[in-house]
Structure formats: structure tokens, C-alpha cells
Design a protein around this ligand. Structure first.
Ligand code: GLP
Length: 261
């Protein structure tokens, strides 16, 4: 795992967008894993700008989102389908038929989960997965105790997540209690992982995920098992990390990061 510390949220999000752009330019057929949440909005703003100003081309890429609430219509402003259309898809030249999110309205949710896995496989697997992190340490909606080998499935949300996301629905009692999420096993099978966390509210969970033991209590800690995972944080989210100087040295000196400095 590599950790890159950027001075602020803007710089951290811009770095994630530039890495995505570079991978997309190198492989226009990229299979791109996407995430939702407030942290990602800034990344999507940068990607839209790169599309508009530098002709970043999404026409051949395929996308798979991590998760979707159970029971929300795509038109619901709180659905992740709506979030993705609003923040990214409608502003770039991605083919809507190539954008995938789990269908939280499916009659048979277990079958929908199996289908989602099969579609990812049919597309050749995910090349680059972008991730945020919830306050409970989750990636996607892999709440505490999610098996490290878990696959796409329905997951009940924890009180911490209900509290974090409840305000968007006008209260916890109005939000779905369950979501479909890629599993931890699905996520760590992708070829490259990029996790972005910003702000002081993520400092504690980032320290546990990056420098703590691998545990299903913090599903993001499973990224320690991945051969190519990068965690990008701003100074605030890096606040509780103990090896900050080492991480800074790597970004400042390793040739791999030269073009991004
Ligand atoms: C939700 C999503 C996660 C995301 C998290 C963080 O729980 N399912 O994939 O990482 O929100 O959200 P934010 O960036 O708003 O803190």
C-alpha cells in the first residue's frame, strides 16, 4: 500500500482525477470502478473539467459503481444512479449503456448480485477502482464484519452509516436500511485501487485502515492485501498517521510519482 499526502482536499481530489485520466488515456477501454459520497464530488468535477478542456475521452470505457441503496428509483435524488448521472455521466461522453450500478429495485436481489458479478467478469474485471471510506471504515457498503472474501450482496447498514448518510434523506428513519454492495473480495480483485479520504473526520479511520491490523471491522484495511493500492489523503485526514515523513519522502522522490508532483 502506498500513501500520498496532499496539502488539501482540492489537491488530493485533483491527483485522483489525474491518475484516472492517465489510465484512461493509456487504455480507452478501461473498466473503471466508481464510488459515491461527498468526497468524490470533487474528483468528478476535475474529471468533467479534463473532459471539457483536455478532451478526456470516456466513449469506450465501461464503469461499475460499488453500491446502490435497496428500494430507491434511479430518479430518486438520493439514489447513487442519480448521483452518478448528476455528478459525472451526463457531463462526459460515456455511453450510458456502459455505466453499471446494482439495481436496488430488482425483484430477486440475490440474483441481481450474482448478475452484477457476472457482468464485471464478462467485461474482463475492473482495471481501476476508485474508493471513498465511510466513518465506519467501510469501502462500498462493506460494513464492519464484512468477510474479506465477500462478493456482491445485500448488506444491512450500521447505525454509524445511517447517522452519516441519514441527513441526505431528511432523517435516518427515511433512508433505506439495506444496500447492494460489491464485496471486499470483489474490490480487492481489481487491478488497481485508489482510495481518497479528506477532512479531519476521516483521520481516525484512515489511521486504523492504513497502519492498523487487517480486520473485517474496518473493511478498508483489506487494501493492505492488495498488490497495487494507493491511499490519497489531505493533511487533515493524514492527521493520525505515524509514518507521514516516510510517505512524503516516497511521493517526493520515487520516479513513479514524478509526473504528478
Ligand atoms: C457511502 C458510500 C461509500 C463512501 C462513503 C463516504 O457510505 N457507500 O462508498 O465511501 O459514503 O462518503 P463521504 O465521501 O460523503 O464521506
Amino acid at each position: 500500500m502506498e500513501v500520498i499526502i496532499q496539502p488539501n482536499q482540492e489537491a488530493a481530489a485533483s491527483l485522483v482525477a489525474r491518475i484516472v485520466a492517465r489510465e484512461l488515456r493509456a487504455n480507452p477501454h478501461l473498466v473503471l470502478g466508481l464510488a459515491t459520497g461527498q468526497t468524490m464530488e470533487c474528483v468528478y468535477r476535475h474529471l468533467v473539467r479534463l473532459h471539457q478542456m483536455e478532451k478526456l475521452d470516456f466513449s469506450l470505457c465501461r464503469t461499475f459503481n460499488l453500491d446502490e441503496y435497496v428500494g430507491l428509483f434511479p430518479s430518486d435524488p438520493n439514489s447513487y444512479r442519480h448521483y452518478m448521472n448528476h455528478n459525472l455521466f451526463r457531463h462526459v461522453n460515456v455511453d450510458p449503456r456502459n455505466t453499471h450500478l446494482p439495481n436496488g429495485l430488482a425483484d430477486d436481489l440475490d440474483q441481481e448480485c450474482r448478475c452484477y458479478e457476472a457482468t464485471i467478469k464478462r467485461c474482463g474485471g475492473i482495471d481501476l477502482q476508485v474508493l471513498g471510506i465511510g466513518k465506519a471504515g467501510h469501502i462500498g457498503f462493506n460494513e464492519p464484519l464484512s468477510a474479506l472474501y465477500s462478493r456482491t450482496r445485500v448488506k444491512a447498514l450500521t447505525p454509524t452509516t445511517m447517522k452519516q448518510n441519514g441527513p441526505f434523506f431528511g432523517g435516518e428513519d427515511k433512508m433505506p436500511r439495506r444496500a447492494i454492495t460489491m464485496g471486499v473480495g470483489t474490490i480487492i480483485e481489481c487491478r488497481r485501487c485508489l482510495l481518497l479520504a479528506t477532512g479531519a473526520s476521516k483521520a481516525n479511520v484512515i489511521a486504523r485502515a492504513v497502519e492498523g491490523p487487517i480486520t473485517s471491522m474496518i473493511s478498508a484495511s483489506a487494501l493492505q492485501l492488495h498488490p497495487r493500492s494507493t491511499v490519497i489523503v489531505d493533511e487533515e485526514a493524514a492527521g493520525n498517521l505515524t509514518e507521514k515523513d516516510y510517505y512524503r519522502w516516497i511521493f517526493a522522490n520515487e520516479p513513479e510519482w514524478e509526473e504528478y508532483r
